[in-house]
Design a protein around this ligand. Structure first.
Ligand code: NAD
Length: 440
């Protein structure tokens, strides 16, 4: 049993902290946000993530999981300290390391015994050396510490499952002592024969960026293939399915849609492109993936505009799905933001609905209409656009949808509606790459 602190109690810190406490370790999740910590202390969760509430409650009850804003004390009391703060995007595309640097300073100033400092935040390749340097400079008593990199691969929406059943755990360390300690932290996974891979710090940092950028690239690629399918009359669903049957390609991340969003792919691709440029090696593939993604988001707006006669002015548009993907309330970089913004600017009326992300979107758009069901959002609308593939939208009855809408017009950016039923019910519709658009 180890004493562990997570600094940063966001999606990654909270999920990882809860899961690691479930392994039997004593975990403190700390954060500078008083509001977040008070919310957690009161038994509520500041985020939605399937299975997380039960896991948090269980481990708080068992006395293994605590929440605090006293970062200094948590550092002093722990043997392993995870850095899990945000690394948002700077204007020039590079990763903003302000929070990471400030945490490194606090860690350095509060080292009172040997500790392993572990970065879980996604940080540019080479940041490990910077963090070590900052800690050393603040560590006046020269207390020994080791630094490791442990990039996180969980996906929002299935984060708990991903953490507990990972494909692999990567530990970048420069010596065996710290690697062995990290192995003990992840011991239950190790027992379950999950591969724990030991690399250098810099290689671990590279693995994270290379993986995320590759997935973003795959999405942009299939979106471009989908767009070409539309022009040439091919069916992207079949193309992607058969491509995915090739073991070298795999079916994952081959779903065409409105462009990737979320808190990782957009900023991580931008950071890798920026980093490689600084290293004198442009990553043209990644730059192309970024451009394609922007194009795809705008393409969805154009499709919607075409469906409603070339302007959103005075048109009521139901927007179904606000989260960047299903099973999360995270709307960061969601394609729905681009769509809402465009409709708003063109003086359209937005009737928005998401099963759980309405409140998150209100922080960006507080002047649009929000509803508690897709039926209410669609009632009296001139058209509807599906932006997120929530399961409940897959089950939408096309007949009921038609009866609610003023005019039967739909843009299905996730290809989840039954085209035959749309045709049978005289819908004017469009989608991504199915080559069967009935839009004028
Ligand atoms: P988040 O914004 O949800 O959480 C970050 C937390 O850090 C916030 O609660 C914030 O208050 C806190 N924080 C900021 N500065 C702090 C400080 N100085 N001291 C203490 N706490 C501080 O971010 P996230 O989505 O959890 O991402 C964290 C990191 O993990 C990022 O680098 C991200 O790229 C990476 N990551 C995220 C995911 C994901 O799916 N969200 C997956 C893998 C990796």
């Amino acid at each position: 049993m180890k004493k562990i602190t997570f600094i940063g109690t966001g999606y990654v810190g909270l999920v990882s902290g809860a899961c690691i406490s479930d392994f039997g370790h004593m975990v403190s999740c700390v954060d500078i946000s008083n509001e977040k910590i008070e919310c957690l202390k009161s038994g509520k969760l500041p985020i939605y993530e399937p299975g997380l509430e039960e896991l948090v409650k269980k481990n708080v009850k068992a006395g293994r999981l605590k929440f605090s804003t006293n970062i200094e004390k948590a550092i002093k009391d722990s043997e392993v300290i995870f850095i899990a703060v945000g690394t948002p995007q700077n204007e020039d595309g590079s990763a903003n390391l302000d929070a990471v640097k400030s945490v490194a300073e606090v860690i350095g100033a509060n080292l009172n015994s040997y500790k392993v400092i572990c970065t879980k935040s996604t940080v540019p390749i080479g940041t490990g050396s910077l963090i070590k340097e900052i800690i050393k400079n603040k560590n006046e008593k020269n207390v020994k510490f080791d630094y490791v990199s442990n990039p996180e691969f969980l996906r929002e929406g299935s984060a708990v499952k991903d953490f507990l059943w990972p494909d692999r755990v990567v530990i970048g360390s420069d010596n065996q002592k710290s690697y062995k300690i990290m192995e003990e932290v992840y011991n239950p996974l190790y027992i379950n024969n999950k591969p724990i891979i030991n690399t250098s710090v810099v290689t671990a940092e590279m693995i994270k960026y290379a993986s995320n950028a590759f997935l973003a690239l795959k999405i942009s690629y299939i979106n471009e293939v989908a767009n070409l399918c539309e022009t040439l009359g091919a069916d992207i669903q079949q193309v992607a399915q058969v491509m995915g049957q090739d073991g070298r390609i795999s079916p994952k991340f081959l779903h065409p849609g409105p462009g990737y969003g979320g808190s990782c792919f957009p900023k991580d691709t931008a950071a890798l492109a920026s980093l490689s440029k600084k290293a004198g090696l442009e990553m043209r593939t990644i730059e192309a993936a970024i451009r394609t993604n922007i194009f795809q988001k705008n393409r969805m707006v154009k499709k919607m505009k075409n469906l409603v006669g070339g302007t959103f002015k005075n048109k009521k548009i139901a927007v179904l799905g606000l989260a960047f993907k299903p099973n999360t309330n995270d709307i960061r970089e969601s394609s729905a933001i681009n769509m809402i913004d465009a409709i708003n600017k063109d003086c359209g009326v937005i009737k928005a609905y998401d099963p759980i992300a309405n409140d998150s979107m209100k922080l960006i758009f507080n002047d649009i209409l929000y509803y508690n069901s897709w039926q209410e959002a669609c009632d009296g609308a001139d058209a509807v656009v599906i932006m997120t593939e929530w399961n409940e939208f897959r089950a939408i009855s096309i007949k009921i949808l038609k009866s609610l809408l003023k005019t039967p017009v739909v843009l299905d950016t996730r290809n989840i509606l039954d085209i035959k039923k749309l045709i049978d019910n005289q819908f004017k519709f469009d989608n991504v790459g199915l080559g069967t658009s009935h839009a004028d």
